[in-house]
Ligand binder design. Structure first.
Ligand SMILES: [Ca+2]
Ligand SMILES: [Ca+2]
Ligand SMILES: [Ca+2]
Ligand SMILES: [Ca+2]
Length: 454
C-alpha cells in the first residue's frame, strides 16, 4: 500500500519535472520562430570552415561555454556540431587536454581572457551542416546574441547559413561528434579514417586505415642530406625525439601537439619545437612554421647544399593506383617499376592521389602561401620522389622495401633567408572516389568558401 503510494508520488513528481526539463530546451527552439527567407543553394560538402572571432558583430567576448551553432535544416532550426578553439595572444593554440603520460610535466594552456571568444579565437564547423537563411521576429527565449554567418561559394555563388547563438545558460548542443582522440590507444578515429601513433615515433602515424582498410603505411620518411664545410651530413626521422604534449578533442577537429627535438649524437640534442596536427573527419592538416634565425644563403660557403625528402612509405596497397598532378597517367602499384613509372613527370608536383577499392588518399603540399592564404615567396623547389619496388630497401623502416614510397624531394634549402617560412601538408580521405573528385578537395584551399557575418 505504502509502496504503491510512494510510486504514485514519484511518478507525479517525474511527470512535473520532465516537461519542465524538456520545455527548458524546447522553448529555445519554439520561440518567436525563425522563418525561411532564402533556401540553401551551396552544394559543397567536403570543406571544413574556420572563422576568427574578430568577424563577429554581436557575440564577441561572450563566454565560450554559452555558445551554440544552429542551422535551419530540413525545416527545423536546430543545433549543429561546432567548436570554438582559443588562441593565445601569440597566436598559439590553447590546448586544454593533458594525456595521462604527460600529467606530471605539462599544464593545460590558458588564453589571456580564460574562456571568452575573442578576436583571434577560432570557430570551426563543417560546410555540410549549414542550412537555409532565416529571419527572427525578436530573439528566441534564452538567446542573448545572434550572429548570422553567410557562406558563399566563389565558384558558383551558392549560399548557406549558420547562426552562432549565445545563451543566458545551458546552450542546447548537437550530439554529433565527427572525430575522436582515443587514449591510451593513441588513435585518432574519424569518419573516413583511423590514425595510430607508435610510441617510438609519436610525430608521424604508423597506422593509417581508410574506410576500414588494412594499415596502408609503413612510416613517414623525413630524410635530410646536406654538406657542411664540405662534409656530407644527414639525419632521418629516427633522429627525432618526440613526445605527445597537449591536445584538444572537439566534435569538429582534434588538435594534437607533439614536441620534437633532433638528437644528432648521443649527447647533442637541439631545443624542442612544437608541431600541431589538426584532424577533421575527412582531412588532416599539419601547419608547419619554420623560424630561420639566420640566412642560410649568407653562409653558402659553409652550407653548400641541403635537400630534404618528405615521403610516405606505404604497404598493403597492391593493385591500387597512383597519379601526380603533373602527369595524367596512372601508375600501378605492384612492387615493380614499369616504363610509365620510370618516366613520370613530377617537376613542381603539388599533390598526388592514391586510389584503391576503399577510397582515395590525396596528399597536397603547399609551399607558397601563409596560413591566411596570402602569397609566400620561397626558394624551395619540389619534385616527385616515387619508387615502387619491394626489393629496394630504404632503412630505417619497419617494413623492408618501398611498396611504394611516394612524396617530395625539396631542393634549395641552403638558399633559405632569415625569417618565418610556412609549409602546409594537407591530406584528404575521399570516400567512393571517382576520377575528377579531387577538384572538390582542391577548392578547399584554392577557392575557399567566403564567410561574412551580420
Ligand atoms: Ca584569444
Ligand atoms: Ca579567448
Ligand atoms: Ca608499379
Ligand atoms: Ca618500407
Amino acid at each position: 500500500m505504502l509502496r504503491s503510494a510512494i510510486k504514485l508520488v514519484l511518478c507525479g513528481i517525474a511527470m512535473v519535472i520532465f516537461p519542465l526539463v524538456l520545455s527548458a530546451e524546447e522553448s529555445v527552439l519554439t520561440g518567436p520562430g525563425p522563418t525561411v527567407i532564402e533556401k540553401k543553394s551551396l552544394s559543397r560538402i567536403d570543406d571544413y570552415v574556420v572563422m576568427r572571432g574578430e568577424k563577429l558583430k554581436h557575440g564577441l567576448n561572450n563566454d565560450i561555454a554559452k555558445f551554440s551553432l544552429f542551422a535551419n535544416i530540413e525545416g527545423k532550426f536546430q543545433p549543429v556540431p561546432f567548436q570554438i578553439d582559443e588562441m593565445n595572444p601569440d597566436g598559439e593554440w590553447v590546448l586544454t587536454q593533458v594525456p595521462p603520460e604527460a600529467k606530471k610535466s605539462v599544464k593545460p594552456d590558458r588564453d589571456d581572457d580564460d574562456g571568452n571568444l575573442d578576436g583571434n579565437d577560432e570557430l570551426a564547423f563543417m560546410v555540410r551542416d549549414a542550412g537555409d537563411r532565416v529571419s527572427f521576429n525578436g530573439l528566441p527565449a534564452g538567446v542573448m546574441s545572434i550572429d548570422e554567418i553567410t557562406l558563399r561559394d566563389p565558384a558558383d555563388n551558392g549560399k548557406a547559413w549558420v547562426y552562432l547563438l549565445s545563451f543566458r545558460e545551458n546552450p542546447p548542443l548537437s550530439k554529433k561528434d565527427y572525430v575522436e582522440y582515443k587514449l591510451p590507444e593513441n588513435q585518432v578515429v574519424a569518419k573516413n579514417y583511423v590514425l595510430g601513433f607508435d610510441p617510438r615515433m609519436s610525430i608521424a602515424p604508423s597506422l593509417v586505415s581508410m574506410f576500414g582498410s588494412a594499415n596502408i603505411i609503413d612510416r613517414m620518411k623525413v630524410r635530410l642530406s646536406t654538406k657542411i664545410m664540405g662534409i656530407p651530413f644527414g639525419f632521418d626521422e629516427s633522429n627525432l625525439v618526440s613526445e605527445l604534449s597537449l591536445y584538444k578533442d572537439g566534435p569538429i577537429r582534434v588538435v594534437r601537439r607533439v614536441r620534437s627535438s633532433i638528437q644528432f649524437t648521443r649527447i647533442f640534442r637541439t631545443p624542442s619545437a612544437a608541431v600541431e596536427n589538426v584532424y577533421y573527419d575527412n582531412t588532416m592538416v599539419i601547419p608547419i612554421r619554420v623560424k630561420m634565425p639566420i640566412s642560410l644563403k649568407s653562409f653558402s660557403s659553409i652550407v653548400s647544399y641541403a635537400r630534404v625528402r618528405g615521403a610516405v612509405d606505404l604497404q598493403n596497397i597492391k593493385g591500387w593506383k597512383i597519379r601526380l598532378d603533373t602527369d595524367p597517367r596512372w601508375m600501378s602499384v605492384d612492387g615493380k617499376m614499369d616504363e610509365v613509372e620510370k618516366n613520370i613527370k613530377g617537376e613542381g608536383m603539388s599533390w598526388f592521389l592514391i586510389s584503391g577499392p576503399e577510397g582515395a588518399f590525396m596528399f597536397r603540399l603547399v609551399l607558397n602561401r601563409k596560413p591566411d592564404g596570402s602569397f609566400q615567396k620561397s626558394p624551395i623547389q619540389a619534385h616527385q620522389y616515387y619508387v615502387d619496388d619491394d626489393t629496394s630497401l630504404d632503412p630505417p623502416e619497419f617494413v623492408p622495401g618501398q611498396s611504394p614510397q611516394v612524396g617530395w624531394l625539396m631542393e634549395n634549402l641552403a638558399d633559405l633567408e632569415k625569417g618565418t617560412l610556412y609549409l602546409f601538408p594537407i591530406m584528404f580521405m575521399i570516400r567512393d572516389y571517382k576520377e575528377g573528385m579531387e577538384k572538390n578537395y582542391l577548392k578547399i584551399l584554392d577557392q575557399p568558401v567566403e564567410v561574412t557575418v551580420n
